[in-house]
Design a binder for this molecule. Structure first.
Ligand SMILES: *[C@@H]1O[C@H](CO)[C@@H](O)[C@H](O)[C@H]1NC(C)=O
Ligand SMILES: *[C@@H]1O[C@H](CO)[C@@H](O)[C@H](O)[C@H]1NC(C)=O
Ligand SMILES: *[C@@H]1O[C@H](CO)[C@@H](O)[C@H](O)[C@H]1NC(C)=O
Length: 349
């Protein structure tokens, strides 16, 4: 240590505390019973409002820990084919410049994390885990001719109420980051929740003699978080660079490079350009793509050309073991053989 660049990076990270600090609950919050209020002190870094919410609402912490786990795994899955592959969320509760500096990547992670908390709470209501909520209310829409409302819908309303309070409270406290950064994160949190709300869909179950489906019961349910993440990835790719400027009586986020119009409620926004993530650079939070696997036949972001930034790739063969020649035996099991197959893999130089 003592190297000037390391010191600078360290200082920079100490100065910026992330409002997604709570993603660190995957480490400190798993395996906690969350039945005694002193458990809320386990995560240094919950802001006072989150701490109060934890004490008043201990049961909901299970859902929040689950949301933190899901945010990390779904983000990495969604970005597995990209140069920036979200591996840096694993560092939570401390983050690198890629997630601290108002980048496009942080826009995505904040939106996903905000959606994940609301999603987890809404579904915990449905599964009966929480004492203060249950199934979502019966939709006000008139049911179709072939179904009736029933079952137990996800309680999006309760999820939004608690999820918003939890995810947004670090951004409402005065200490964290610049006004512009807070406005950006608040906006992106809201986009995440909007995408989630828009995804609420009618799901049905058939009844009737031998699956005739003469009677259908339907409710409103949320899709998997992967689906939300995939929508948010499209928004990430189309994210808008903004500045925080005084418009009339108050400061607003407005697009930097297009005509001045307010950003839409459905656009992800960012303040700072990201590096290309091709080469390692600690200051920029780039890990580089050396040794990343690429796909020789793809034409997308995981193609060897794009993933390796034109540096070329090395090929190697790997033996994979698969189940094969499966036979069904009456009744009721399947026996398979093990087959070995050689596959070509490519990794970036
Ligand atoms: C909390 O849960 C743990 C583990 O299940 C149990 O040992 C402990 O007695 C519980 N505490 C209270 C206050 O219920
Ligand atoms: C993500 O990228 C980093 C840095 O290039 C790499 O070390 C890691 O193995 C990658 N993760 C996956 C799942 O490919
Ligand atoms: C590589 O890309 C092609 C075309 O997109 C796809 O069909 C194939 O499954 C990919 N291979 C791997 C190993 O991901």
């Amino acid at each position: 240590m003592g190297h000037p660049t390391t010191a600078a990076v360290l200082l920079c990270q100490l100065g910026l505390t992330a409002a997604i600090h709570w993603l660190g609950l995957t480490e400190s919050g798993s395996g906690v019973a969350w039945n005694e209020s002193h458990h809320c002190r386990l995560l240094a870094g919950l802001v006072p409002d989150q701490f109060q919410m934890c004490r008043r609402n201990l049961e909901v912490m299970h859902s929040i820990v689950r949301a933190a786990h899901q945010t990390k795994s779904v983000c990495q899955k969604t970005f597995a084919d990209m140069r920036w592959n979200c591996s840096s969320v694993q560092r939570a509760p401390s983050f690198g410049p890629d997630l601290l500096k108002g980048t496009r990547e942080s826009a995505f992670v904040y939106a996903l994390a905000a959606a994940a908390v609301t999603h987890a709470i809404a579904q915990a209501c449905t599964s009966g885990e929480l004492p203060l909520c249950s199934c979502g209310s019966i939709p006000s829409e008139v049911p179709g001719p072939d179904f009736r409302w029933g079952g137990c819908g996800d309680n999006l309303r309760y999820g939004l109420q608690l999820g918003t309070a939890f995810a947004d409270s670090p951004l409402k406290s005065s200490k964290l980051g610049t006004q512009a950064l807070k406005a950006m994160h608040l906006h992106n949190n809201a986009v995440g929740r909007q995408v989630l709300s828009d995804s609420l869909d009618t799901k049905c179950k058939c009844h009737g003699v031998s699956g005739s489906c003469s009677v259908k019961t339907c409710w409103k349910g949320l899709p998997n978080l992967d689906e939300i993440a995939s929508d948010l990835k499209s928004k990430y790719l189309a994210a808008i660079k903004v500045t925080h400027r005084l418009i009339g009586p108050r400061k607003q986020l407005i697009p930097k490079e297009m005509d001045v119009r307010p950003v839409k409620e459905t656009d992800l926004v960012y303040l700072n350009n990201s590096p290309d993530y091709c080469t390692p650079n600690l200051h920029l939070g780039s890990l580089g793509t050396q040794d990343r696997q690429c796909n020789k036949t793809s034409v997308g972001s995981d193609s060897c050309n794009l993933m390796c930034c034109g540096r070329g790739y090395n090929a190697y063969t790997e033996e994979v073991v698969e189940r094969c020649h499966c036979k069904y035996h009456w009744c009721c099991y399947v026996v398979c053989k093990k087959c070995r197959r050689k596959v070509e893999r490519y990794v970036c130089k």
